[in-house]
Design a protein around this ligand. Structure first.
Ligand SMILES: Nc1ncnc2c1ncn2[C@@H]1O[C@H](COP(=O)(O)OP(=O)(O)OP(=O)(O)O)[C@@H](O)[C@H]1O
Ligand SMILES: [Mg+2]
Length: 837
């Protein structure tokens, strides 16, 4: 069979075999990238291009100049793409040499079009051993590299939901174990072996051991981290010099938010497409780095009181000096994404524009620091001085120290680069005049030559007497002299004819060709020289990579703090008091999202008062649509905001720090994973009762709804008892099971609340106010009327309700109804439920 293969196909086969089977190979053929065999069948569908056949080989292709768009489509479809380019000039009778020049995957793209500016793009890896799960993740665009170890599969899933890697490596041997995890791709098992991983990492970081990173006792996590480095360096052939350190995440430092809670509270993404997530209403960051950090903070709130108070203090200080808040934000606006610029440069995918972005940002840093200094100076005069002295360095001081100026680099770049260089690196146009003598001389030579040519026309007209003689240029012939037909007789003998056109003829002279060669030679050498200079300047810049990364981080933090301060200023948030108690006291709290987004009515604020002792479980009842869900979520969001250091939408708040926030909210089908509504509900509930502690905050929205009334009520009842008696977590429980209000009579820490409504002429008016006591009715029928259910149905429903509420619970069939209905409808009477419990 091999004999029949053309040399090109042999080349294809060899290259195809050198990359993983699940990677699509784009093979450069002339002006196209072609895909063959199975790759072609798959890509033609994904890209919507025609599948053809040549010599029985299925193939499809895309034009090379539009390749980026097609590659982007394949990446978005979750595929990895290898690009094979021609590495020699075509020569007659010889096959062009080709090699794989890039392998691109979702977790490793550096193309800006495929990236979201305000969102990190992570490549992750997991490794399971001895019942523990190691997880590592890296953002190739910035060099962030972290690892953590998790106790069980659920914790891993929660962490994966938070980080949401675009690509996840799993050891080939463990593929089946992780097959249901999104974006999981098998990878060389060998790279995950703990000893191998330690070796890979030590080699990369040029260290003897990993002790300095504090991850000695996390072999699974180290295995995952090692696999990431191996994959990037060896499978994808990437440069990762900008991975300069490895950070261990200790779960105990953060408020754990399980996957369900991240979605239920709509932290970074809202369920409906409207911009209604917590992130969307809080984000007033002005740099991409700040945007990414705010997102990370929201998904990973802190438990460290001192650090939280530092953040709060800085927000408070900025609110006291609104003019400085405004001027610092203005300065921040001119700082570009230096983190990603540095990342691209160190992967050799950066260009001169990245250097210019870096330069212009570095030039603004002194001004930024000057504004921050003004804040520090003003505070130094204020009453805060004593308090700050006690607590050590304030956040503002720390940021001021950490943001570095790098004036030498800024000046070097400013001297070297033009303000608006091209994207291309080999076309010249990058460096300023006067930066490099040799380059100036080449430019001068080129200019002199062009000058000489531009005067040639005059000289030749004078010499030949041909008034219409023209010196022109095109890309095929270069420079030439054009003479019209009527003047051909006067053409001197030393002109060499090159081409006849409709109107005349084109000539060259030896001196013209000589000058042209000089110009072209100078241009070519200038282009080469510029490319070399670019590489040199890039390398010099990268020597400061560490400083650039260390400056990007505090700038991002400053941006987030200013953004939180700005939001607090605009919406009059209060400074919550944080402590180690189990209290949760909020006066006039508002839902941060509805507070900003409600248009028709004004948001009605509500109080919360749990003390962890006499009141730790609040049962919230009330009619449909009254505002129960809104209220309990608002409490969770306020606590979460407080634990990222933010101010909160309330008049005042005292919050005893929480260790985890759990939510069980609404019907959340997971049909894709074969789980029914009820099953999802019970999974979430069991996660809560198994993992919540006294320090947790639990939000339960109608558990037990997905099953029969009896079963549901019984489960809800016993879960509430368990949370109150055993776990003692602060809990808010919204429910339509009014029977649950009885719990308050038996248990000291349970209290009833309801959302007040007023009834008026059979209509219901929502007051949105939380008041003590249980509700007695659900007003479901009135609410159904608001939704436009036909009158006939509503009337009949009222009739049925009236019967159900009678002691014997019997329903009489209306005249038209069939007798057997009667039996069915009586099967779930309301009253006996109370007797049962
Ligand atoms: N405090 C408030 N101020 C103003 N509007 C509110 C307030 N609380 C809720 N709302 C409005 O009422 C709507 C319904 O609230 P919510 O979903 O919380 O009701 P619910 O009591 O949970 O209803 P159900 O029992 O049907 O689940 C919200 O979408 C919001 O528009
Ligand atoms: Mg609700």
């Amino acid at each position: 069979m091999n004999d029949a293969l053309t040399p090109m196909m042999q080349q294809y086969r060899r290259l195809r075999a050198s990359i993983p089977a699940d990677t699509l190979l784009l093979f450069r053929l002339g002006d196209f990238y072609e895909l063959f065999f199975e790759d072609a069948k798959e890509a033609s569908v994904l890209l919507n291009v025609a599948l053809t056949k040549r010599n029985g080989v299925p193939m499809c292709g895309v034009p090379y100049h539009a390749a980026q768009t097609y590659i982007a489509k394949l990446i978005k479809a979750g595929r990895r793409v290898a690009v094979c380019d021609q590495t020699s000039e075509p020569q007659p009778g010889k096959i062009v040499s080709r090699d794989i020049t890039q392998i691109i995957s979702a977790g490793t793209v550096s193309d800006l079009d495929l990236l979201e500016a305000k969102r990190a793009n992570y490549l992750g890896a997991v490794y399971a051993a001895d019942g523990l799960f190691g997880f590592a993740y890296a953002d190739l665009t910035t060099g962030e590299f972290r690892l953590t170890q998790l106790q069980d599969r659920q914790a891993l899933l929660d962490e994966l939901a938070r980080v949401s890697p675009s690509e996840l490596l799993v050891s080939d041997e463990q593929k089946t174990q992780f097959k249901d995890i999104a974006h999981a791709l098998g990878s060389d098992s060998y790279a995950f072996l703990p000893e191998q991983a330690v070796f890979t990492l030590c080699e990369h970081f040029k260290t003897k051991s990993l002790d300095g990173f504090g991850c000695m006792h996390m072999p699974q996590a180290v295995a995952a981290a090692g696999a990431i480095v191996h994959y990037l360096k060896h499978s994808l052939r990437r440069k990762i010099d900008h991975f300069i350190s490895l950070r261990c995440d200790a779960p105990g430092d953060y408020v754990l938010l399980d996957a369900a809670t991240q979605t239920n509270l709509e932290l970074v993404k809202s369920r409906n497409s409207r911009e209604a997530s917590l992130l969307a209403v809080l984000d007033r960051t002005v740099t991409p780095m700040g945007g990414r950090k705010l997102r990370a903070w929201i998904l990973q709130p802190l438990r460290n009181l001192t650090e939280l108070e530092r953040r709060q203090q800085m927000i408070a200080d900025l609110l006291q000096e609104p003019d400085l808040l405004a001027s610092i934000r203005t300065e921040l606006k001119s700082i570009r994404d230096i983190e990603r610029a540095a990342g691209r440069l160190s992967q050799a995918s950066g260009n001169a524009r990245d250097l210019v972005a870096l330069k212009s940002s570095l030039q603004r840093i002194p001004k930024l620091k000057a504004e921050l200094q003004k804040l520090l100076d003003r505070l130094a005069f204020g009453v805060d001085r004593v308090r700050e002295g006690e607590k050590g360095e304030s956040l503002a001081q720390r940021l001021q120290h950490e943001i570095q100026e790098m004036p030498a680099l800024a000046e070097k770049l400013a001297k070297a680069l033009v303000d608006d260089p091209p994207l291309a690196l080999k076309e010249g146009g990058i460096f300023r005049d006067g930066y490099y003598t040799d380059l100036d001389e080449l430019h001068q030579a080129s200019r002199d030559g062009k000058n000489w040519i531009s005067h040639l026309q005059e000289r030749e007209i004078a010499a030949t007497g041909i008034k219409s003689l023209k010196v022109r240029y095109n890309s095929v012939f270069g420079y030439f002299i054009e003479v019209t037909k009527s003047n051909l007789a006067n053409v001197p003998a030393h002109y060499t004819r090159k081409q006849t056109t409709v109107g005349g003829e084109r000539f060259v002279t030896p001196e013209l060709k000589e000058m042209e060669a000089k110009i072209l030679g100078a241009n070519e050498r200038a282009r080469q020289l510029e490319y070399q200079l670019f590489q040199k300047v890039r390398d010099e810049t990268l020597r400061e990579l560490g400083s650039i990364q260390q400056t990007a981080a505090p700038i991002a933090t400053l941006d987030v703090i200013c953004s939180l301060a700005e939001t607090a200023r605009l919406f009059r948030y209060c400074h919550p008091q944080l402590n180690d108690s189990l209290r949760l006291i909020i006066k006039d709290g508002r839902h941060p999202v509805l507070d900003q987004n409600l248009v028709e009515e004004k948001f009605v604020p509500n109080d919360t008062s749990l003390d962890g002792e006499n009141l730790r479980l609040a049962i919230v009842t009330g009619p449909n649509m009254a505002g129960k869900s809104t209220y309990i979520r608002q409490v969770a969001l306020i606590v979460l905001m407080a634990q990222i250091g933010s101010f909160v939408p309330a008049e005042s708040a005292e919050i005893g720090l929480v260790d985890r926030i759990f939510t069980r909210v609404g019907a959340n089908d997971d049909l894709a994973r074969g789980q029914s509504t009820f099953m999802v509900e019970m999974n979430e509930t069991s996660n809560i009762v198994n993992n919540a502690t006294e320090r947790s905050l639990v939000i339960l929205d109608e558990i037990g709804r997905g099953t029969s009334t009896f079963d549901g009520l019984s489960i809800a009842w016993s879960v509430a008892e368990f949370l109150h008696d055993k776990i003692k977590a602060r809990t808010l429980f919204a429910t339509h099971y009014h029977e649950l209000t009885k719990l308050a009579e038996e248990r000291g820490g349970v209290c009833n609340f309801n959302v007040a409504v007023r009834e008026w002429n059979d209509q219901i008016i929502f007051l949105r106010k939380i008041v003590p006591g249980g509700a007695d009715k659900s007003y479901g029928i009135q609410v159904a009327r608001l939704a436009g259910l036909p009158k006939e149905i509503l009337d009949r429903a009222k009739e049925i309700l009236a019967h159900l509420e009678k002691p014997d619970g019997a329903i009489e069939a209306p005249a038209a109804a069939k007798p057997q209905r009667k039996k069915k409808a009586t099967s779930a009477p309301a009253k006996p439920q109370l007797d049962l419990l």
